[in-house]
Design a protein around this ligand. Structure first.
Ligand code: IPM
Ligand code: MN
Length: 357
């Protein structure tokens, strides 16, 4: 990628978002000089504060600005003075939908030195990836009320699944499993075909059909409830999971805690199509109570930056960060919990930078 400028839009957002974003940017700067990456970061002040001041979430022209970038880095959204749902819908979900980021890629990898709540399990047992569909299902906002506010109130919230939507996600997951090329080389569909006999039947049939194009990838199916049990009992069973938006949301919080919690879990909202713009984020929220105290864990944000580089054409830099992070968690940090790391937020960022070269 020599000669090219990597153009990043940065939305640090609310609460501790700016603090963890600053550490991710510090690591980017260091890795860029080691790997000769020319980049440019445009910071955007979108989030709760701006919304409270202006009433605006995504300002006019904002989407086009993002479309002109190579990638987006998102710190965290969620503000104590803004009602739940407004920023989530108006910023995070809106960007996922309008930029058609139809893959939510969430690695579940236990790093060395990181504590998992699963007794007797270590990094060799917990290393799988969830591919979550990111634009359909219960998230599409289709529904309504009848007789709202009366004792006869009816609320309908519909799950929408399309052939195109599930097929592109499933196909991407097969490609990803093939490229990941782990000894298991197995893609597990997680759904609920025994109850969601229309929508998840569509997923099931599509999965079977697309599987024929990838004879070297083993396939498996789990109902989502059983999957939760297996993730705890036998996490080593999984290689790649592909699942619907709502179930993917739920099982990736379970996955997040298996890998040490929200201090380390990161994800990418990918639009893998030509010209698509993807967005990378630590999975944790804005953690308002820790704001400004230099106690929040920046590792998830740094992991998100590694994913950004990996998926923007700089895999060497991404892997370099992964290695440095594993060294820091494995040899330095006491815990991944806010305030218990044995270091402050900025010091953890410095440790990762020092471990890069
Ligand atoms: C996530 C979050 C979001 C989701 C919320 C904040 C809308 O939980 O990224 O997993 O449900 O997708
Ligand atoms: Mn979630």
């Amino acid at each position: 990628m020599a000669g090219k400028t990597l153009k990043i839009a940065s939305i640090p957002g609310d609460g501790t978002g700016p603090e963890v974003t600053a550490e991710a940017m510090k690591v980017l700067q260091a890795v860029a000089s080691l790997d000769n990456i020319v980049y440019d970061v445009e910071p955007l002040d979108w989030g709760g504060e701006r919304y409270l001041k202006t009433g605006e979430i995504i300002p006019e022209g904002g989407l086009d600005l993002l479309r002109s970038k190579d990638a987006i880095f998102l710190g965290a959204i969620g503000h104590p003075d803004v009602a739940p749902g407004i920023l989530e819908k108006g910023l995070l979900l809106d960007l996922r939908f309008k930029l058609d980021q139809y893959i939510n890629l969430r690695p579940v990898k236990l790093l060395p030195g990181v504590e998992t709540p699963l007794a007797g399990r270590g990094p060799a047992d917990i290393d799988f990836v969830v591919v979550r569909e990111n634009t359909e299902d219960l998230y599409c906002g289709v529904g309504g009320y009848l007789k709202k506010g009366t004792p006869d109130e009816v609320a309908v919230q519909q799950a929408v699944y399309t052939r195109k939507g599930c097929e592109r996600c499933i196909r991407w997951a097969f490609e990803y499993t093939q490229k990941r090329n782990s000894p298991k080389k197995m893609l597990t569909l997680v759904a609920k075909t025994n109850v969601l006999t229309y929508g998840h039947d569509l997923w099931w049939r599509t999965f079977q059909e697309v599987a024929k194009e990838y004879p070297d990838v083993k396939t498996d199916y789990n109902h989502v409830d059983a999957c939760c049990m297996w993730m705890v009992k036998n996490p080593d069973f999984y290689d790649v999971i592909v699942t619907t938006n709502m179930f993917g949301d739920i099982i990736t919080d379970l996955g997040g805690i298996l890998q040490g919690g929200m201090g380390v879990a990161a994800g990418g909202n990918l639009n893998p199509d030509a010209g698509g713009v993807s967005m990378f984020e630590p999975m944790g929220g804005s953690a308002p109570k820790y704001t400004g105290q230099n106690v929040i864990n920046p590792i998830a944000a740094i992991n998100a930056m590694a994913m950004l580089l990996e998926h923007s054409g700089y895999p060497t830099a991404g892997k370099r960060i992964d290695k440095a992070v594993a060294q820091v968690t494995g040899t330095k940090m006491k815990s991944q919990a806010a305030g218990k790391m044995g270091y402050g937020t900025r010091e953890v960022g410095d440790l990762v930078v020092a471990a890069l070269s």
